[in-house]
Design a protein. Structure first.
Length: 567
């Protein structure tokens, strides 16, 4: 034998995720590439004096997990020690949030901004018992009268600030919200401290931007977390000028430069795909086209480790803010709207059509944030119109989130080879809460995995971290069970999918989104050795137990980046 394997696995469930979803028991890695898959006798001849042999003892070997929608820098910035953790179960009441802020005030110099992330009215006791009770600046003023406080919601579509922050920003009763945003006012006409959608820019533009070192530290923190979870690839869904004002610029153009430096220094321990973000919410087609053109071409030295795939556009908002554009009214009225320039629905539709057409004609893949059913139909039709006007094979455009994809949207996406990027852990988090906004029937339907797959749409899954944790194990369980986080109640059982289908959304179909399914996403000879070892037999596990199954080994390009087998 001239070439022995570097790494060999025996005695487990090697879930290949090939076309037949075949299961083997052994696998070999040589030079960063999968060199053999099969049974022990197929792989044993590749074992040499320098080969590491892993006895899986019945554990599950999967392709490396591909989180196809994850804000890496923002996730790192939103977690301790860089930010207060305000997510459930860390906090479960407004009083808990206030206590976390009070403790932070005691740790930082006077006048310094205090930031936190993850609050969710669906898990704050006072808001749950009284839906009219929303977070207020007054909740924070008591514990932080002199430190400005800015707290980002779990979704990133709402920001909660105190009176000191409002004072520094210059927001008062007569302040006008920017297009596509809202400053929530109380009955006296005073700002409550809640800013929705585009109005968040008022505070984001005042905060000091992240330093290069802070960006680096945040990304490294994220990479370490992903390695522990078996995530070997992820998509940063929007980096560019449109993100310069989001979370102190975590989605800004400089973050891409930091990623490139980490790659050059050999510290980028996961594969990265990027969508450029020319503009944020409420932009016009003219502004979008001008900025996109100014970005120019972006080539990278190693496209298998860092690749720019296309462009992101925001089409509408989110259901809890009633900013998703819906065919039928929300509970209490209103249908939301597109969040681009224009005074009427027709004008805004024309704007989004123009933006999509321009980016498509320029050769970009498009990922469009869209949640409401009417907005989904609009975007799917715009994709089809752009391809009809400028034919281009295999563009692989996709809708991001697609909470309320309609039968029409799915038919159009499938017919043109387009995809959808769904978020099962968001479904798990907000399934119950959404009922108060859209009613029980529509809330149960949200994230229609079964219908989309049956319609022939390519479906990838992502966490949208920091909106939720990048824990794909919970995502798998949610797709199979459709149970909610708050009550464990089933939400839309008809949209359940099988385990094999769920795994594909985090592996080969996510690789398809990256234009990379020919070289990653499954365990087949010749593909890159991106691997995840899960302790236990995933194929027979109770789905309720999957979130607790430990990831014991993670391999990227043949290199071990997480290993508890040797502990």
């Amino acid at each position: 034998m001239d070439t022995y394997a570097d790494l060999v696995f025996f005695g487990g469930r090697v879930v290949t995720v090939d076309a037949e979803f075949s299961v083997a028991s052994a696998l070999a890695v040589t030079g960063g590439v999968i060199s053999a898959v099969g049974e022990r006798d197929d792989v044993a001849p590749l074992v040499g004096p320098g080969t590491r042999v892993v006895d899986l003892r019945g554990a599950t070997l999967l392709p490396g997990i591909n989180d196809s929608h994850l804000h890496g820098c923002a996730f790192g910035m939103s977690t301790p020690p860089l930010s207060l953790d305000l997510g459930h179960p860390a906090v479960s009441s407004l009083a808990d949030v206030a206590e976390a802020v009070r403790k932070a005030v005691g740790r930082v110099p006077g006048g310094q901004w205090i930031t936190g992330h993850g609050w969710d009215t669906g898990y704050l006791d006072e808001c749950v018992s009284d839906p009219s009770r929303l977070p207020s600046r007054r909740d924070l003023d008591v514990v932080s009268p002199d430190h400005p406080v800015v707290l980002y919601s779990f979704s990133g579509h709402a920001t909660w600030v105190n009176s000191k922050a409002l004072e520094l920003i210059g927001i008062g009763r007569h302040t006008a919200a920017p297009p596509g945003g809202a400053i929530v006012m109380d009955e006296a006409g005073e700002p409550t401290g809640l800013l929705h959608e585009g109005a968040q820019a008022l505070v984001q533009n005042v905060l000091p931007p992240l330093s290069r070192q802070e960006r680096t530290d945040a990304i490294k923190s994220t990479l370490a977390t992903l390695a522990r979870l078996g995530v070997t690839s992820y998509t940063e869904p929007g980096l560019g000028p449109g993100g310069d004002g989001i979370m102190r610029g975590a989605l800004g153009a400089e973050t891409l430069d930091v990623y490139r430096r980490l790659l050059a220094d050999g510290e980028l321990t996961a594969r990265l795909g990027v969508l450029l973000l020319p503009t944020g919410m409420a932009s016009t087609a003219e502004e979008f086209a001008r900025t996109l053109t100014a970005l120019g071409e972006s080539g990278d030295a190693d496209p298998r480790r860092l690749a720019i795939h296309g462009v992101k556009i925001f089409a509408d908002g989110i259901v809890p803010n009633k900013t998703s554009w819906m065919h039928e009214p929300y509970v209490g009225g209103g249908c939301g709207s597109l969040c681009v320039g224009g005074e009427t629905d027709a004008e805004r539709t024309a704007e989004i059509d123009t933006m999509i057409r321009h980016a498509h004609a320029a050769g970009h893949q498009l990922g469009v944030h869209v949640t409401g059913d009417r907005a989904c139909d609009t975007v799917a039709d715009a994709f089809a119109a752009a391809v009809a006007e400028h034919p281009r094979p295999d563009a692989r455009h996709y809708v991001i989130h697609g909470d309320f994809l309609t039968a029409h949207s799915m038919k159009v996406l499938a017919a043109h080879g387009f995809g959808v990027n769904m978020n099962p852990t968001i479904k798990w988090t907000v399934a119950d809460m959404e009922e108060e906004f859209v009613g029980a029937e529509r809330a149960a339907y949200a994230w229609p995995y079964r219908d989309a797959i049956d319609a022939g749409v390519r479906v990838a899954s992502g966490s949208d971290a920091p909106v939720t944790s990048p824990d794909w194990r919970q995502g798998i369980a949610t797709m199979v069970l459709r149970e909610s986080k708050a009550a464990g109640r089933v939400s839309g059982p008809e949209q359940r999918i099988g385990l094999a289908e769920a795994i594909r959304t985090y592996t080969i179909d996510a690789a398809w989104q990256d234009f990379a399914d020919d070289w990653k996403g499954s365990l087949e000879p010749g593909k890159v050795a991106d691997l995840c070892v899960l302790d236990g037999d995933l194929l027979i596990a109770d789905p309720h137990d999957i979130p607790e199954m430990p990831v014991v080994l993670t391999v990227v390009d043949g290199q071990v980046v997480h290993d508890t087998l040797r502990d």
